[in-house]
Design a protein around this ligand. Structure first.
Ligand code: GLA
Length: 395
């Protein structure tokens, strides 16, 4: 829906006039390289997408947050006096979680009516949940601050962290900060080189000179992803404890260099735990090399690093699976594709490939066809540009 359609849908649902309806939005993201590094204090390199969650919003003067979505029949009411009690909602728990976290910071949550319109495909590894959280936190934060006479620009970094806390502590997913950060802080035309140890970041122009980013959705839902994700985190923590005996100053796996890892890896008896750490240490190194390559306009090197990342996620971190491996394998067979990998948590979801602009259409139809033949599933393809992070939409 465009913004005026969304405003009209809002008025059809809640009444009133379109002139009073504000619209806030936050995007999904695709991560170009640096996977399963964020919760190890490592580097990531995501891009905010044009696909987004938009929220049409208006204060209602009461103490209830009413939420609805343009593509769901559910209508949910969140009583601001009982925000702790909505954790098990199938839809609405992200919104409740954000409001709950703000309330825990001592903020007074205003009653409001919200209508969500999502264009980020759900469960696809493109951070549809972060988009909902960040869009919700921007909406509530704006209402709260304006009520207190504060019309300054929002502190988007704070909103990213608050959204991550909602997902960790309210929704029970121990994700890192990458998704919420990218959704809040994205910048049109740029990727974000983020250091997850201290949240310092740099925008890197996504100059692809004759190439295009193609995202492909396996349409395999990542079931069990949350428990496997938490399992990987625990294995990384176990590896760090052992490696610290050799590198005592390390506070996270990212603090361990490739050389230090190679010298100390023999200390880790459990092969699986060693493999997880090896992925993280080398993946951090690949991000640094990839950012350098992109800045130097060396796309072939960038593409090779992406493919190496996928192989490591497949063989060492073991988070890919048949569908993702097939999609990447088919992509790499194509003339004009210089790199391809899974993106996000894995176990399903999407891949991201760098493809020659002139060959992108042929790429999409051939890869789609061979993927269907081999898996029986039909892939969706998206060619989003790098977009801005969360903001109020006025047009
Ligand atoms: C999910 C999490 C992120 C990150 C990725 C893997 O998207 O939400 O924090 O850990 O998986 O890189």
């Amino acid at each position: 829906m465009n913004i005026s359609e969304l405003r009209e849908a809002f008025v059809a649902l809640y009444g009133g006039s379109v002139g009073d309806v504000r619209v806030f939005a936050a995007p999904g993201r695709v991560n170009l390289i640096g996977e399963h590094t964020d919760y190890n204090g490592g580097y990531v390199f995501p891009v905010a997408l044009q696909m987004r969650t938009a929220v049409a919003a208006r204060l209602n003067g009461g103490s209830v947050i009413r939420i609805a979505a343009t593509d769901l029949p559910d209508r949910v009411e969140l009583d601001t006096d009982k925000l702790d009690s909505y954790r098990s909602l199938k839809w609405g728990n992200y919104q409740a979680g954000v409001a709950y976290m703000m309330q825990r910071e001592g903020l007074e949550i205003p009653g409001c009516d919200l209508l969500y319109d999502d264009t980020v495909p759900h469960g696809s590894g493109l951070s549809s949940s972060a988009a909902i959280e960040v869009a919700t936190s921007l909406t509530l934060d704006t209402f709260i601050r304006e009520k207190n006479g504060d019309f300054a620009p929002p502190d988007l970094k704070r909103l990213a962290l608050l959204s991550q806390r909602a997902e960790n502590e309210y929704c029970g997913v121990s994700c890192g900060v990458m998704d919420q950060f990218a959704s809040a802080m994205g910048k049109e035309g740029n990727a974000i080189f983020l250091d997850c140890r201290d949240l310092s970041y740099q925008y890197v122009p996504l100059t692809l000179k004759g190439y295009r980013i193609v995202i492909a959705n396996t349409n395999k839902k990542h079931s069990l992803a949350a428990s496997k994700y938490n399992e990987r985190r625990a294995e990384c923590e176990a590896a760090l404890e052992i490696l610290k005996t050799s590198v005592p100053e390390a506070t996270c796996l990212r603090d361990i260099s490739v050389k230090q890892f190679e010298d100390a890896k023999g200390l880790i008896d459990n092969e699986q735990v060693r493999m997880r750490a090896e992925h993280v240490v080398y993946e951090c190194d690949r991000v640094l090399k990839a950012v350098k390559a992109l800045t130097a306009g060396d796309l072939p090197t960038f593409g090779k690093l992406m493919t190496a990342s996928h192989i490591s996620l497949r063989d060492l971190y073991e988070v890919t699976g048949f569908e993702l491996d097939t999609l990447v394998g088919e992509a790499l067979k194509m003339d004009g594709c210089i790199g391809s990998r899974m993106t996000g948590a894995g176990f399903g979801g999407c891949t991201v490939s760098i493809v020659e602009e002139a060959k992108a259409d042929a790429f999409i139809s051939s890869v789609g066809e061979s993927y269907r033949k081999r898996t029986g599933l039909s892939a969706d393809f998206y060619t989003s540009l790098a977009a801005d992070g969360a903001k109020e939409l006025t047009r």
